[in-house]
Design a protein around this ligand. Sequence first.
Ligand code: NAP
Length: 290
Amino acid sequence: MSITVNKICIIGTGLIGGSLALGLKKAKFCEHITGCGRSEDTLKKAMELDVIDSYEMDMAKAVSGADIVVVSVPLGAIRSVFEKIRPGLGETTVVTDAGSAKQCVIREANEIFPSKHYFIAGHPIAGTEKSGVTAAFDNLFENRKVILTPDENTDKTALALIEIMWQSVGAEVEFMSAEHHDLVLAGTSHLPHLLAFGLVDCLNNLDDVDEVFKYAAGGFHDFTRIASSDPDMWRDICLGNRDEVMSMMRRFKQEMENIYRALEDNDGDKLKTIFSRSKKIRDLFCEKNS
Ligand code: NAP
């Protein structure tokens, strides 16, 4: 397999796909980037913003002749995209994705692609609460982690190509199993999003909701920023990683019950122990990541 990259096709030129295209252009990683997706308006906008060099509405045509195809659509659309691109894929085309859960995507890829060797499952741990191509920017992945989840059947050259692609936009690539990825991300990303959505919804159901939001301060703003994320995308992520998310929710419910019991018992020591432990862990995390 050649490592020269002429054409990259990005299916889904939204925040992630668009930012990757911009980063790859800045790095001069390839000769040509073609965009493809659902609505022509988005692709026209992507052209206008110089995110892609050309676009094609027919998915099989769009991927024809591509060295790399990056599928960056919501998880619920991945299966239909895989089906549509399949007839256009060349023998050495490497397909990768950016989906936030990995086992569900790998299952679809294994079913749909004739040879699973050239599919590399990936997930950039970067993003914002904004969506769409207008939110894309070229350094989104700089110094951010990208997780690739190969297995024993994964082609090493294809894996190296996708690793180099992400490194070219400044990302730090790590490898882990899809199972481990889904468990870790359920805890660090999917559960926090559910908590933010759930908190806002819970407060919204209070009788004096306007009064509550009027006095919401910085802490509320920080904690709920991610509740402004795209609802369709998060529905798909929760359903795609359902078992792991439910398992994390059960653990969290247990934690909340502990705290509830401490309050019921007027147990200040217990509360302080939990809060001190959490503060220490978060302070350490922030120190390491500053
Ligand atoms: P986004 O900004 O909403 O972009 C999604 C893109 O996919 C849009 O260009 C959209 O086209 C296209 N699309 C939607 N449905 C489609 C379909 N049925 N067929 C073809 N194209 C379709 O979303 P994003 O934030 O870039 O997320 C893309 C992927 O990256 C998701 O799988 C997500 O889980 C993952 N991810 C997201 C983040 C994050 O923080 N946002 C971080 C890491 C990974 P239209 O404009 O025409 O609708």
